[in-house]
Design a protein around this ligand. Structure first.
Ligand SMILES: Cc1cc2nc3c(=O)[nH]c(=O)nc-3n(C[C@H](O)[C@H](O)[C@H](O)COP(=O)(O)O)c2cc1C
Length: 199
């Protein structure tokens, strides 16, 4: 069972979270993590072009998406990656895979939620099964999910531009949770509309 962790990172904090998500995936027996970085150099005239990366995601049972929050949404290179998956939208290639998301910003509430919601809508466009966090903000015994988002991980960079250790622990937990749920069954939905004509 493979879980892809695809992310863009300009200054390394999202990359650190991605590595933590991957480490969490690997805590589940039989689960392998596939970290994949979106590189700005793969964008030509605004279009993301790395078919090999996309094919690696095709082979995963689940995908965790990560982007820093830039101007209240996903970073432009991540959006270029999203647009490059439109062919897979048509073929339902990713339908039934589990999905989750994480983001980091400079502020505690710097509109990161909009980034998570963008990732969520993206996953739903593909027919993926969204996995949120189930750690109650402010109530977790280990202090994880310190910013309290439940649709995914919202993190805030520290004053010295690094990743808070509790955000790292939350990222690990998210990876573990996605792998655990992915292991229950790689639910593949048949794309044919079988209900038509049965009403
Ligand atoms: C162009 C730009 C826009 C940003 N916009 C936001 C924002 O809307 N909200 C926020 O909280 N942080 C914002 N930030 C801060 C980044 O999200 C933050 O530094 C993050 O840790 C960067 O992730 P990275 O290290 O993976 O590149 C912005 C940074 C840049 C460079």
């Amino acid at each position: 069972m493979k879980i892809g962790v695809v992310y863009y990172s300009a200054t390394g904090t999202t990359a650190t979270l991605a590595q933590a998500v991957a480490a969490g995936v690997r805590t589940i027996q039989g689960a392998a993590a596939v970290p994949l970085e979106i590189m700005g150099t793969d964008i030509e005239e605004g279009r993301y072009k790395n078919e090999q990366l996309l094919q690696q995601l095709d082979a995963c049972n689940g995908i965790v998406f990560g982007s820093p929050t830039f101007m209240g949404s996903v970073a432009a290179p991540f959006k270029a990656f999203m647009d490059a998956t439109s062919e897979r939208y048509g073929t339902r290639a990713w339908a039934g895979k589990v999905a989750a998301g994480f983001t980091i910003g400079g502020s505690p509430s710097g509109d990161q939620l909009n980034t998570l919601q963008t990732l969520n809508v993206f996953a739903c466009q593909h027919g993926m099964l969204w996995v949120g966090l189930d750690l109650p903000g402010g109530w977790d015994a280990h202090g994880r999910n310190r910013l309290g988002a439940l649709s995914g991980l919202v993190a805030q960079q520290t004053e010295d531009g690094k990743v808070h250790h509790l955000d790292r622990l939350t990222a690990m937990y998210l990876g573990e949770r996605v792998a655990r749920i992915g292991a229950v069954g790689a639910i593949r939905q048949d794309s044919s509309p079988q209900c038509i004509g049965q009403a």
